[in-house]
Ligand binder design. Sequence first.
Ligand code: PMP
Length: 411
Amino acid sequence: MSTPPAGSGTNLDPWYDLYAERTSGLAASEVRALFAVASRPEVVSLAGGMPFVSALPEDLIRAAFSDVMSSQGPTALQYGSGQGVPALRERILDVMAEESIHASVDDVVTTTGSQQAIDLVAKLFLDPGDVVLAEAPSYVGAIGVFRSYQARTVHVAMDSDGLIPEALREAIAREKAAGSTIKFLYTVPNFHNPAGVTLSADRRSEILEIARSNGILVIEDDPYGLLYFDAPPPPPIRTLDDEGVVYLGSFSKTLAPGFRVGWALAPHAIRDKLVLAAESAILSPSSFNQMVVNRYLETADWRAQIDVFRGVYRERRDAMLEALTEHLPGLTWTNPNGGFYVWLTLPEGLDAKQMLPRAVTELVAYTPGTAFYADGGGRNEMRLSFCYPTPERIELGIRRLTTVINGEAAL
Ligand code: PMP
């Protein structure tokens, strides 16, 4: 075996000089680095976005595994189609119909979670230097993907009704005037991660119109749409346009992220390229996992199970909002009607990232706002997740957080 060459870079990694340029954007996400600390049992973690999988009917899932093995074992253990298992793609149409999306099974591509779909779309469209428009703040996992393709994420302001159309127009005009190539708008319209807000119906059509008239594709990422607590959110942007929108769905929040099964619904031409890109990346998504998910959907009352999740998360959202109202009345936060997240704004001058070690000492963790910006924004903001801890632990966590914030504010 040859000895690795001594790297001449500043890094101790002997292979430092050989990495592709695009890897310079690869950094451990602030969220990921937090997991180790936040998973200590004494810490109340309001940091991660882990679905509460203990609410699932374990017996039905075990039965789905066993049915797949006994009735279709050799197929489940084999390579499959790059586009995904046809029976599951058919069933995904039923899931999307819950959100009023009507589509052809041919246009559905199953993926290894919607995270892979984001990666594939980025791979298809982004050249170095291209611009992606995204909400301010935006999903940390998408920002990381865009960075890894050397694209620039340009944030567009949002308010309690989601992305602001006027701010989108201004961002497009500014970037075009600067000679940038804008490839797509990446948006999470429902129960936004991390902001917790939902895009209003009027804005959905206005934003689509702006994108269309500027020749910009819309990537609509919707893992939380069915997890509403009161009324359902407005129909997805995809219901307004078959050709200009790539819609991304996932079973991670409505079933379980461990299956790693998500999907993309794309216009025909993009769909063909997505399948080719998926085949080159992974040959085919896991046949076994797709077949188990399909069997679960076939045998379980999955709609009722989503209702169970809604109840669990609604109670936790209530606990978080009540605790914030009681303990931090001087601050502002968003009021999510679904999903997993509340976005909290601290007094100007406080730095959520700097404050985190003190918070961990007080046995509470959150995700600093800067994780959700590509441009250093969000210093006095943080994401609080209510999906995983019990209501009692959420109350305790907010009390601990209050001690930390009040301590900082008094400095
Ligand atoms: N998009 C958003 C907005 C998310 O919150 C997540 C998960 N946190 C994903 C995509 C990725 O989900 P998955 O790959 O598990 O489907």
